[in-house]
Write a protein of this length. Structure first.
Length: 149
């Protein structure tokens, strides 16, 4: 599915809708979402609104320096924790091993959003989702959501 966003607010609205769809259909199975798109495409903007829609009360900030942050989900059934990763600085998925990411992506009730997931492609589960954001113009983005397979 493809969505054309004309502003950050558009992207936020779309992300909130996607959050509700994913969690409604996910049945508590872990959801892994690879966020692709160049610097400033809107990956963090998408994640912030996605988290907010799930009842994450803390403000989601980019985890560029800490690599991974987790947040409690309180607003939807069957999901309890959202993980946000930013792999921009990583050279290989081996750098994620100390964080336990390999186990986290299999935990029921978890949602994992990964910026720059291209850099750790080999650890993503086969049925992960891809949200690809194309920078078209200053305020315009094409957002594609698809299941990898
Ligand atoms: N339609 C749009 N959707 C999303 N962001 C937009 C849009 N139009 C303009 N922007 C701006 O683009 C920027 C997106 O920044 P954001 O941090 O979300 O990008 P990112 O993909 O996470 O970048 P990085 O790779 O550095 O982590 C913000 O400043 C936002 O206001
Ligand atoms: Mg970002």
């Amino acid at each position: 599915m493809m969505y054309v966003s004309h502003s950050p607010e558009d992207t936020q609205r779309f992300a909130r809708e996607q959050a509700m769809l994913f969690t409604r259909e996910g049945e508590g199975h872990p959801i892994v979402i690879a966020l692709e798109g160049e610097l400033g495409a809107g990956k963090t903007t998408f994640t912030q609104a996605f988290a907010e829609a799930l009842g994450v009360h803390e403000h989601v900030k980019s985890p560029t320096f800490v690599l991974m942050k987790h947040y409690h989900i309180v607003g939807v059934p069957k999901y309890h924790t959202l993980y946000h990763l930013d792999c921009y600085r990583l050279n290989s998925s081996a750098d994620l091993l100390p964080l336990g990411t390999g186990d986290i992506i299999h935990l029921p009730g978890t949602i994992i959003l990964i910026e720059w997931a291209e850099r750790v492609a080999d650890i993503l589960p086969r049925n992960h989702w891809v949200v690809h954001i194309d920078h078209i113009a200053e305020q315009e983005r094409n957002i594609t959501v698809k299941q990898n397979n």
